[in-house]
Design a protein around this ligand. Sequence first.
Ligand code: NAI
Length: 252
Amino acid sequence: MRITFENKVALVTGAAMGMGLATAQMFAEAGASVVMADFDEGALGRATAELEAAGHEVLGVRCDVSDEGEVAAMVRRTVDTFGRLDAAFNNAGIQIPSNDVVDVPDTDYERVMAVNLRGVWNCMKAELRQMQAQGSGAIVNCSSIGGLIGNPGLAAYHATKYGVIGMTQSAALENAPRGIRLNAVCPGTIDTPMVAKMLKEQPEAMDVIMGKQPNKRLGRPEEVAAAVLFLCSDAASFILGAALPVDGGYTA
Ligand code: NAI
C-alpha cells in the first residue's frame, strides 16, 4: 500500500524546526496541504518559505500551543483555508534544565506542564471538535522514551510525556466509534536543535546516551516523521491507542 495524503489536510505544531519541520515536509511531499504552527515567528517564516519554494501548499500560523484561544483560532484558520482537517501531529514541546526533584524551580515545572501537557491537550481538543464534525481524522501526539521509562534529573519532563500517553489512550477509546484514531510516538534521542542545545551544555551526555543506545547513533528527524505519517495513514487503520517507540531499540 502506497502512503499518500493527496487531497488531505495535515497540521503540525512545533513545525519551524526539528521533528516538526521534518514531518511537515514529509506530509507535503506525500501530497497534503500542510498547516505549520509554531510560536517562533522568525523560524516559522523561514520554514514555510522553504516548503513553498519547493512548490508545496502550506499555511504558517503563529501559535503558542499553551494558549487555548490561540490553538482554537489556529484550527479555525486551518478549516477556513483548506476546508477540513485529516491529520495532526501535536509535536511542540520543550525541555527544562536537568535538576533533582527537590531543586526544580516551580517556574520550570509550570512551563513544561503548560507546553508539553496542556499544549497537547489544547490541540487535541480543538482538532477533535473538527474531526468529530467530519466523522474522520487521525491524531498523533508526541510523547518520548521519557513517557515509557524514567531518567534522573528530568522528572517533570517525564511526567508530561507519561501524561501524553494517558490522554492519547483515553481519547483514542472515546473516539474509536467515531472513526477517529489517536496514537502517540515515543522518540528516542533525535538529532534536532533541542538535542544539539542539550549536548552543547552537557557534552558528556553523549557518552551516557551512546552507552545505552543499541544501534550507537542518534535518530534522524525524518525517521520520526515516517512513523507519524504511517500512523496518520490508512495503512494504520487498525492501530489506535498505541505508544510507538522510535528509538533505535533504546527501550527494548
Ligand atoms: P526542537 O526544540 O528542535 O523544536 C521544537 C519546536 O517547537 C520549535 O520550533 C519551537 O519553537 C516549537 N515550540 C516550542 N514551544 C512551543 C509552543 N509553546 N507553541 C508552539 N510552538 C512551540 O524540538 P524537537 O527535538 O524537534 O522535539 C519535538 C518534540 O519531540 C517535543 O515535544 C520533544 O519533547 C519531543 N522529543 C524530542 C526528542 C529528541 O531527542 N529531540 C526525544 C523525545 C521526544
